[in-house]
Design a protein around this ligand. Structure first.
Ligand SMILES: Cc1cc2nc3c(=O)[nH]c(=O)nc-3n(C[C@H](O)[C@H](O)[C@H](O)COP(=O)(O)OP(=O)(O)OC[C@H]3O[C@@H](n4cnc5c(N)ncnc54)[C@H](O)[C@@H]3O)c2cc1C
Length: 287
């Protein structure tokens, strides 16, 4: 398969990319190309003009923010995230399970979240980590919380011409542990059910707070508020984790997705299992 014809521009900086986009309305930014090019090959996208942002060096790499957090440039690949030992475990674990080595070496963090595929792993993780997204566009720079960035199926808060430049991961609290567990499509490794958990324990082992998100189940990654509420203040053991994980049913609502790989009923049934596993691993790491 090959894509429909397109004109190609390579931007050397974010401002050049934004200006090229203003000159070519309807164009698409090209990062790793691992979501956009397949869509073009299938004729599900035909932008006519591609603006390659893949060689803007300022957007590549992971830096410590000085307060214990990290800034991840939008063009940082999944492989770079997976192998960065200082990042929270939940993020490394998710990045390391994306696709196969080729996808992890070409696919970018920015492309993954900008594409907002409900079967992607990183939106779920950034929701649980309460990450902030840095955007740059014709009207200047702004920041959007992960919670407000994902609007619907393949739909984000990015406005016309805006580029996601970086994702900021806040510092993890002392006594916190995190984990990501997913039921992967056996062929593509895309997520069918994914659970990201960050658990913060008191010195006596009680749960001070938890941040949990699930993906692959609904049109966009969802914060599991009912699970979080069920954990707060609890002494965490197999029973309390299982009963908190079961509360995810209340977070999913009626709009669980189904497809040829897994029906909505099946995804709904296994969701608590993956939430429980992610919580158990996060608690083990917090202790
Ligand atoms: C076989 C296969 C298996 C995969 N498995 C998984 C998986 O298990 N889990 C998972 O999460 N993902 C998976 N993916 C998707 C992969 O992670 C993609 O790389 C990612 O979703 C898109 O990143 P990209 O850099 O390739 O973006 P591109 O394909 O270049 O772009 C995707 C979209 O985002 C826009 N875009 C890209 N970068 C920016 C930016 N910085 N600012 C604004 N807009 C931007 C583009 O215009 C385009 O609309 C898989 C892909 C393939 C082909």
């Amino acid at each position: 398969m090959h894509p429909p014809q397109f004109d190609y521009y390579r931007a050397g900086s974010v401002s050049e990319a934004v200006s090229l986009m203003q000159q070519h309305p309807g164009a698409k930014y090209l990062a790793g190309g691992h979501s956009l090019i397949p869509l073009m090959n299938l004729r599900l996208a035909d932008p006519g003009v591609l603006i390659d942002i893949g060689r803007i060096d300022d957007l590549i790499g992971i830096t410590a923010t000085g307060n214990g957090g990290f800034r991840i440039g939008a063009l940082t690949t999944h492989a770079m995230v997976a192998s960065h030992s200082d990042l929270p475990a939940v993020l490394r674990e998710a990045a390391g399970q994306i696709g196969d080595p080729q996808v992890r070496n070409r696919g970018t963090v920015g492309g993954n979240v900008a594409h907002a595929d409900p079967a992607s792993d990183l939106p779920t993780v950034f929701m649980a980590l309460e990450a902030m997204f840095h955007l740059s566009g014709p009207n200047g720079n702004r920041m959007v919380a992960a919670n407000e960035f994902f609007l619907d199926l393949f739909t984000t808060a990015l406005e016309e011409g805006e580029i996601l430049t970086a994702v900021e991961v806040p510092p993890q609290k002392a006594g916190a542990g995190s984990a990501y567990m997913k039921l992967a499509n056996p062929a593509s490794r895309y997520c069918m059910v994914g659970a990201a958990a960050v658990v913060h324990l008191e010195p006596d082992g009680r749960c001070h707070s938890a941040s949990v998100a699930v993906g692959g189940l609904t049109a966009k990654a969802t914060r599991a508020a009912a699970v979080e509420a069920a954990l707060q203040g609890q002494m965490l053991n197999a029973d309390t984790l299982a009963s908190a994980a079961a509360a995810v049913q209340g977070d999913l609502g009626s709009q669980v997705l189904g497809d040829i790989h897994a029906s909505a009923e099946y995804r709904r049934a296994v969701a608590p299992v993956f939430v429980r596993r992610a919580l158990a691993k996060a608690v083990e790491r917090a202790r």
